[in-house]
Structures are given as structure tokens and as C-alpha cells.
Design a protein around this ligand. Structure first.
Ligand code: FES
Length: 171
């Protein structure tokens, strides 16, 4: 996802500052990535390149690690964060089909953020509400029994909330 010039400048500044607090040892890679993600909410390519340079390792090694662990995200979080649980209980009752329904409805794949940054979609491990499987969290609110037939309703209500917020802004 393309960042604006202001965002790129902010990333440069934040990452530069953070790297000053870490030595060049390779074992710092994961802690650095965690810290950058905590600060920025995601790991832009530009940040990964700076980290690689700092540790004097190939950028491809950093990228490979980030894509291996799903605690890391490559895209900025959307205004609305949709997380579909694919823990065992949810998977068994069709959580993966719910995820596909969100992918179709939002026109993005799991791990992506929509171009307008309104939505991001992720898969997560058990969120601890297995009795309500399949479970989805929307902006950290738990929604239970989210079968594919409920997906349209959830997205439509987010759209309506977004519209009413915009109307409030202009009022
Ligand atoms: S497996 Fe989905 S909430 Fe536990």
C-alpha cells in the first residue's frame, strides 16, 4: 500500500529514533520489529529496509521473517478492523467460510487494508469466546455466531455508522 509523503517522513523519523536504542546484533531483529509495529501499527517496507541496514543484514531476511510470523502486519490498520477467528472451534463451524465472505464483501484479502483505508481484514487465533463460534471482532467488539449470512449486515451497519459520523462532522 502506497504511503503519503507525510507518512513516509513520519516512518523515517520514528524508525530512526527507535533504532538508536538498539545495537546491531541480529538477535535484536524481532524486538525491533515489535517496537516499530507498536509505534506505527504496521511494518512498512521502508521501515524494514532501514532495520536491515541498521543490522547489516539483507532486507529479504527481514521481509521473510515478517511474513512468517502472523503477529506482524504489512499494511496499516483500517478505520474498521475486522478480525475473523480461525481457532479450532471457529474453524470447525465454518470460520474460514465467514472469512471468505468478508473478503468478497470488502473486496480485500485477509491481511490487506482497503485502498480507502476504511477496512482491514485479518485472521486471528482463538479470542476466548468459543461457545459463540464462529466469532469475529469488529474494532475489538466481539460478534458471535457470525455465519456468512450475517456478514453483509455487519458491513452495512459499519457503513451506516461511518456515514452518520461524516454527517455529524459536517453538521
Ligand atoms: S476458537 Fe474462535 S473464539 Fe475460540
Amino acid at each position: 500500500m502506497e504511503l503519503t509523503k507525510e507518512e513516509k517522513d513520519a516512518v523515517n523519523e520514528e524508525v530512526h529514533e527507535l533504532l538508536q536504542t538498539f545495537g546491531k546484533e541480529r538477535e535484536n531483529l524481532i524486538p525491533i520489529l515489535q517496537n516499530v509495529q507498536e509505534k506505527l501499527g504496521f511494518l512498512p517496507g521502508q521501515a524494514m529496509e532501514k532495520i536491515a541496514k541498521h543490522l547489516e543484514i539483507p532486507a529479504v531476511d527481514v521481509y521473510g521473517l515478517v511474513t512468517f510470523y502472523n503477529q506482524f502486519r504489512l499494511n496499516p490498520p483500517g478505520e474498521n478492523e475486522v478480525k475473523v477467528c480461525l481457532g479450532t472451534a471457529c474453524y470447525m463451524v465454518g470460520g474460514h467460510i465467514t472469512l471468505e465472505s468478508f473478503e468478497r464483501k470488502l473486496e480485500i484479502q485477509e491481511g490487506e487494508t482497503s485502498e480507502d483505508r476504511k477496512y482491514s481484514l485479518e485472521r486471528v487465533a482463538c479470542v476466548g469466546c468459543c461457545t459463540m463460534a464462529p466469532v469475529v471482532t469488529v474494532n475489538d467488539e466481539v460478534e458471535g455466531y457470525v455465519t456468512p449470512t450475517r456478514v453483509d449486515g455487519i458491513v452495512n451497519s459499519l457503513e451506516e455508522q461511518g456515514n452518520s459520523t461524516n454527517n455529524d462532522d459536517t453538521a
